[in-house]
Design a protein around this ligand. Structure first.
Ligand SMILES: [Fe+2]
Length: 242
């Protein structure tokens, strides 16, 4: 045996284990274009410490996916992934539902497919602040869904001090911050808001929002981020419960 043994390090995001927000179902939205890109992203996620992944394709006006088609595509992907080793388990498919006028008029609104625990991943428009349907969130809460708001740090018109944000927290809406936000991927403002939400103990989940290999590279860079490492020592999240 050599005198110097290579130090074994645990990948940073092992502590989370599960990712519940990514766009790796090939060819259905602005995420991975094909199976090879999906596999490349999954490999990188494994290297960063993720062991389990739930796919969340967009459901919004410009990606009018429907749950039946998404299920079929998911089963096809699962069959393909059997030929590969060392990837995180792709445990299920749900959606990232954009709550806008389209969603509220959408036929089949009752068909939404939640994450385990009846968790419904939702987002608003990133640019149009005229429609923040908190009342619709509350309707879903009454139907026993738990609303999980994706990346609250990314909405330019919302911040930790916005009345709408406070109202959501008061009504039990959960928040999921994007890991890449904390490395500056979406700019300095999103970075600072992301950390502020976490410091306020308002964040229950961290997600990758992985779309393609560009995001995957950023995820690897984020594993070296000291502020993120320190934050993970101090705060706990619910990812591993999924
Ligand atoms: Fe997303």
């Amino acid at each position: 045996m050599g005198l110097f043994k290579r130090k074994q390090t645990t990948p940073l995001f092992s502590i989370l284990g599960t990712d519940m927000h990514c766009h790796l179902l090939p060819g259905v939205d602005d995420g991975s274009r094909d199976i090879s890109e999906t596999i490349a992203c999954l490999r990188t996620m494994a290297a960063a410490g993720f062991r389990k992944v739930y796919l969340t394709p967009h459901f919004q006006a410009n990606y009018p996916n429907n749950e039946d088609d998404i299920q079929q595509r998911f089963q096809k992907l699962k069959a393909e992934l059997k030929h590969y080793e060392g990837l995180p388990e792709v445990a299920g498919v749900s959606g990232e539902y954009r709550f806008d006028q389209y969603f509220c008029r959408r036929p089949g609104i009752d068909k939404v497919v939640p994450l385990p625990g009846n968790l419904l991943l939702c987002e608003f428009s990133l640019h149009n602040q005229s429609f923040i349907p908190i009342d619709t969130f509350l309707e879903f809460q009454k139907l026993n869904y738990t609303v999980l708001l994706a990346h609250p740090e990314r909405y330019p018109y919302l911040g930790p001090h916005s009345p709408e944000i406070k109202k959501m927290k008061e009504h039990g809406i959960l928040f999921q911050v994007n890991i890449l936000s904390l490395n500056g991927f979406y700019g300095q403002i999103a970075l600072e808001k992301g950390f502020e939400y976490i410091e306020n103990n308002w964040v229950e989940y961290l997600g990758t929002d992985m779309h393609n290999t560009h995001y995957a590279q950023e995820l690897i860079h984020t594993t070296e981020n000291r502020r993120v490492k320190k934050m993970l020592e101090k705060h706990t999240f619910r990812n591993s419960s999924l």
